[in-house]
Design a protein around this ligand. Structure first.
Ligand SMILES: [Zn+2]
Ligand SMILES: [Zn+2]
Length: 99
């Protein structure tokens, strides 16, 4: 697999979850969401076995500097994940200041 930039981490919700958003509940197939947002976290409402489609909630991490998280980065990440947002602060990541 070719290393790539990771977007900031998101939260995946089952479509019925009250925390999934304010009526704007576009869903994605779970496997596609996981491929597109590898730094995802599950909300308590969902899991891979029971949730074929998910609502992706983007998290506002605010402005922060890239600080590599300790430990072994994912093999397909272009560099270690940011401690704060679990993204790689690549050029595709807009609105976040990279150091
Ligand atoms: Zn949820
Ligand atoms: Zn970050």
């Amino acid at each position: 697999m070719k290393p790539r930039d990771f977007p900031p981490g998101v939260v995946l919700h089952a479509p019925h979850c009250p925390d999934a958003g304010d009526g704007n509940k576009a869903t994605l197939p779970t496997l596609k969401a996981i491929a597109d947002y590898p730094s995802f976290r599950w909300c308590l409402c969902g899991n891979l076995d029971d949730t074929p489609h998910v609502v992706v909630e983007a998290i506002d991490y605010g402005l922060h500097l890239y600080e590599p998280a300790p430990g072994v980065p994912p093999r397909d990440a272009i560099r270690p994940l940011c401690k704060t947002c679990r993204g790689t602060h690549g050029p595709a990541t807009s609105g976040v200041v990279a150091s």
